[in-house]
Design a protein. Structure first.
Length: 193
């Protein structure tokens, strides 16, 4: 991505605490969902006693990801995709710690790092880069319509009539086709009033 001016240092601790609060809340929600769906009744406190590790992993992952990302940005004095990759690796490694094996730690780290770096590289949108703010959106949509709109006759020619697609005069053409092909004379139904 293009350099957008001078680098502004990030508040590493403040952002880490905010990330811990947000992802910790999400972790408690997931733990509550696990407690609700469990076969055995653990009670209300089961969210913390039985499934509390889930909330802990969410909190740790979010905190370490944000702390590492902001620290990397402050140390490198750049705000780019590599910061997301570094933070994503360490955040994913926390998830891998649950399995207590080096391949899991590295695998989860690389996986989350790849996802987050790709998401940052594409402009933080699933649909791709953001649209140009200087272009009028109404004109952009009209241009798109002009490029892709086809006359209905052309569409019917490609698809054929039937299955809910009928051009004017379909009943007359159908009667004539049945008469020519099979010799049946079909009388027209009375017009609706």
């Amino acid at each position: 991505m293009a350099d957008e001016g001078p680098y502004h240092p990030k508040d590493t601790i403040g952002r880490s605490v905010k990330s811990a609060a947000v992802l910790g809340s999400a972790g408690v929600f997931v733990a509550a969902t696990q407690n609700t769906l469990a076969r055995q009744n653990y009670g209300v406190m089961g969210v913390f006693t039985k499934f509390g590790a889930t909330a802990g992993y969410f909190t740790a992952m979010g905190t370490i990801y944000e702390f590492t990302r902001c620290s990397a940005a402050n140390l490198r004095r750049k705000d780019d995709t590599w910061n997301e990759a570094i933070g994503g690796f360490f955040g994913g490694a926390v998830v891998g710690l649950r399995y207590r094996s080096i391949p899991a730690i590295v695998g989860f780290g690389v996986g989350l790092s790849t996802i987050l770096a790709t998401f940052h590289y594409t402009g933080h949108t699933i649909g791709g880069l953001r649209k140009d703010p200087d272009v009028d959106q109404v004109e952009r949509v009209e241009q798109y319509r002009r490029n892709w709109r086809h006359p209905s006759e052309e569409t019917v020619e490609h698809l054929g009539e039937g299955r809910g697609i009928y051009m004017p005069g379909y009943e007359d053409r159908r009667r004539q086709l049945l008469k020519d092909k099979y010799g049946y004379e079909i009388t027209a139904p009375p017009a609706p009033r």
